[in-house]
Ligand binder design. Structure first.
Ligand code: SAM
Length: 242
């Protein structure tokens, strides 16, 4: 194989993964219920990756119109393939989730709002929400009394992490209130890391250069997670404008 660029190596690692971040199929259903999202809703999956949650949202709300947006064309193409069976009511496009227009009854954003910042993202999305609309997002969350292993994981992955009170404060700063929150620990992370570990094992033989570096980095991340799997969490927050 000729040498890959860093970006090509990243996309090679992520090809064929079911999802690009932690999350479980039960999460969108929970958020739709907490947000009381209507049957004929307009929903957007912001930072959809390859569309794992877009598919779940489409199944959970069979009469809804669903948009999915991601900035990376490779993921957009994968999400288009996965959502093709739903026909016209699911539209996937390449774009910037900071510039959503709406109106949407639910903005779903799994493991991606940190690219904008919680406060900044919520502020940017306010005008894209329909009356009564809500935002559901997941964000790294430091659980109480973290062990050294948990601290080591986040020191590498997301040093700006806060506890749930810190996330609530960023929500309030954006002018939103919390409708519901739950922690994603264990299953949601296995759904991301176990398939990734298998993908690394497939790609490892003969891997050199940027690909070998990407595999090493992902393997080290998984090892740090395995050192404290019951302590590594995302907070899944459902919030609405005040
Ligand atoms: C960690 S992945 C999560 C993907 C998916 N939500 C999931 O849970 O599998 C974050 C995604 O956000 C996308 N992203 C980051 N910044 C973005 C932006 N400004 N506009 C659109 N997508 C963005 C990335 O391309 C990536 O696919």
């Amino acid at each position: 194989m000729s040498e890959l660029t860093k970006e090509e190596a990243f996309l090679t690692l992520y090809t064929d993964l079911a999802r690009e971040g932690p999350g479980a199929a039960a999460d969108p259903a929970w958020a739709l219920s907490v947000a009381a999202t209507p049957a004929q809703a307009r929903i957007v999956d912001a930072g959809c990756g390859s569309g794992a949650d877009t598919v779940t949202l489409a199944k959970e709300r069979p009469k809804a119109r669903i948009e999915a947006v991601d900035k990376i064309g490779h993921f957009v193409a994968a999400a288009k393939r996965r959502t093709a069976p739903f026909g016209e009511r699911v539209q996937v496009r390449q774009g910037d989730m900071a510039r959503l227009e709406g109106p949407y009854d639910l903005i779903w954003c799994a493991g991606a709002i940190y690219f904008l910042g919680v406060t900044e993202g919520l502020r940017a999305w306010r005008s894209a929400l329909a009356p009564g609309g809500a935002v559901a997002f997941s964000e790294p969350c430091l659980l109480p009394r973290p062990s050294a292993a948990a601290r080591a994981f986040w020191a590498t992955e997301y040093p700006q992490i806060s506890d749930v009170a810190g996330i609530r404060a960023r929500v309030a700063e954006a002018g939103y209130r919390v409708l519901g929150e739950q922690m994603q620990v264990g299953d949601a992370w296995e759904a991301f890391y176990i398939p990734m570990a298998k993908r690394i094992a497939t790609l490892r033989p003969g891997a050199t250069g940027a690909l070998a570096e990407a595999l090493d980095a992902a393997e080290a991340e998984i090892a740090r997670w395995r050192a404290a799997p019951s302590e590594i969490a995302y907070a899944l927050m459902v919030v609405a404008p005040e």
